[in-house]
Write a protein that binds this ligand. Structure first.
Ligand code: NAP
Length: 398
């Protein structure tokens, strides 16, 4: 009997089309069409390099199959097929199902080590719409606003961009992202791939009940898309893909407690979360606590408006790493200062954790959580894994 094959796949419902896996794969096994990002079974050598770079865990999917799904099969998927009964090539039922199960579990355990586990949406999150517009059929949005959020002196140019979708149906939930396709071609003459930005407004619009949304975009030196976006003028038309993201969402349960940790423009989704609660659950919502790191106050996006959000709705810990004459402080340092409050949240099954921003902060934040949890006798990894499985632990770092 021929052995069934294990095939590495991407969940098209959760994938946010950031193409990081495609850029990372050393054997060029990952490719995309207008709609999906897919893996060529003939090329994938299971090196797993793509696993830790995936911000959503959507690449952490495996199936045992008699015959691998082709690229065309995968391009056509709106959702991942379930693991079917394992039938060996040649048509016989697979023997040694227990061995296969064990092999599958070992493989998953290895993969989860890199990605930290597969993300899940909060149990009470609204159902997101995903992938309504793609490379072949993007939405066209009009620029309704482009405001600089940071001072000239800060050396950082972060913009609040408002995009209006007119009569096009473009529903988003807080925490979702959209792709912006910069005009022109890359060094190989190919059209640019879309770049992903988190939506920073709530689901009912940047302006309430308007079909618009906002983004928070930092100009990067030589950044193709960030310079394009930061230079947009009122009335310019922009090609947009998405919306993307089915897990980094907020619970609709107003009593859920939100612990949000971010650096720089990683604060974008938390602006959306905060505005949602201000609009929809004012006065009745559970705690929201934010740890937000920036170099200086004038490079912290939304510093002024954020300070106006009442502490009873949002407890803010704004920390700065480059104030002259003041010790550098990172979010994980302040978490240690606030360890009692965090331990209280960790012990509460209503708590949801969100981490967004620089990839580099993940390790420090993880370390802080481990110290805090273990100082109260909670095993951190087990606590975190339960939270993730319950859709209460979310990481989106680039
Ligand atoms: P940044 O200005 O470079 O950094 C923000 C703060 O984080 C600075 O104070 C920085 O300190 C500090 N920091 C650096 N390394 C750290 C570490 N290991 N642990 C904790 N703090 C650390 O941030 P940014 O350029 O805005 O970058 C934000 C990130 O969020 C980007 O990677 C972006 O891709 C990502 N993101 C953006 C969006 C969006 O919608 N725009 C959404 C999701 C994620 P020092 O520089 O002084 O060391």
């Amino acid at each position: 009997m021929n052995k069934p094959l294990k095939q590495h796949l991407i969940d098209p419902e959760i994938c946010i089309r950031c193409y990081t896996c495609e850029m990372t794969c050393p054997v060029e096994a990952i490719t995309h069409d207008d709609s999906n990002v897919v893996i060529d079974a003939a090329k994938c050598d299971f090196c797993l390099d793509c696993i830790p770079v995936c911000p959503t865990g959507s690449i952490d999917e495996w199936r045992f199959v008699a015959k691998p799904y082709s690229l065309d099969d995968q391009f056509g998927w709106a959702e991942l097929p379930a693991q079917g009964e394992i039938v060996a090539a040649g048509g016989d039922d697979a023997e040694g199902g227990d061995d296969l199960q064990a092999a599958m579990e070992a493989l998953l355990a290895e993969a989860h080590k890199g990605a930290g586990g597969k993300a899940k949406a909060p149990a009470t999150a609204a159902k997101p719409s995903v992938n309504l517009y793609n490379l072949g059929k993007p939405a066209v949005a009009k620029v309704q606003g482009n405001f600089r959020l940071t001072s000239d002196e800060s050396g950082s140019d972060v913009r609040h961009i408002i995009l209006d979708f007119g009569s096009q149906h473009f529903p988003v939930l807080e925490g979702q992202s959209i792709g912006i396709i910069p005009p022109g071609t890359d060094a190989n003459g190919k059209p640019h791939l879309p770049r992903l930005y988190s939506v920073s407004s709530p689901r009912d619009g940047e302006r309430r009940n308007y079909n618009n949304l906002s983004l928070t975009v930092k100009r990067e030196d030589k950044g193709v898309c960030s310079n394009y976006v930061c230079d947009l003028k009122l009335g310019d038309e922009v090609q947009v893909t998405g919306p993307f993201g089915a897990t980094f969402l907020m619970p609709d349960d107003p009593s859920a407690r939100l612990l949000m940790i971010c650096t720089g423009t990683g604060s974008a989704p938390f602006r959306g979360f905060t505005m949602r609660r201000q609009r929809a659950a004012a006065g009745t919502s559970g705690d929201m606590v934010m740890f937000f790191g920036a170099r200086t106050p004038d490079s912290l996006p939304y510093f002024g408006p954020l300070n106006k959000v009442p502490e009873r709705l949002l407890k803010k810990h704004l920390v700065f790493s480059r104030i002259p004459g003041v010790d550098k402080e990172y979010v994980q340092d302040r978490m240690m200062v606030e360890q009692e409050a965090i331990a209280d949240m960790l012990a509460d099954p209503r708590t949801h954790i969100y981490i967004c921003g620089l990839k580099g902060m993940e390790q420090g934040v993880e370390h802080a959580f481990k110290n805090i949890a273990e100082s109260t006798g909670m095993p951190w990894e087990a606590t975190r894994d339960v939270m993730r499985d319950e859709g209460r632990y979310h990481v989106e770092t680039y």
